[in-house]
Design a protein around this ligand. Structure first.
Ligand SMILES: [Zn+2]
Ligand SMILES: [Zn+2]
Length: 71
């Protein structure tokens, strides 16, 4: 089994990635409860930090795409 990964919630818009990366990790953790991006109002997507594929159920303990375990 691989190392644990995280479920990260991000905006799909590439133009927002710069603003997201400027946030502190603590603030980004709080943003995982958001439904819409605070920078562009698009719907946020939860992704596997290991493979980057979208996770449609945040209750998953393992990534259905790459098999990594979530913390
Ligand atoms: Zn956005
Ligand atoms: Zn994955």
């Amino acid at each position: 089994m691989q190392d644990n990964a995280r479920k990260t919630k991000t905006c799909q818009e590439e133009s927002c990635s710069e603003q997201w990366s400027a946030l502190s990790p603590e603030l980004r953790d709080q943003c995982t409860v958001f439904v819409y991006c605070p920078f562009c109002a698009n719907e946020m997507v939860t992704r596997c930090s290991s493979c980057g594929e979208p996770i449609n159920d945040i209750g998953y303990k393992f990534c259905p795409w790459c098999g990594v375990g979530f913390e």
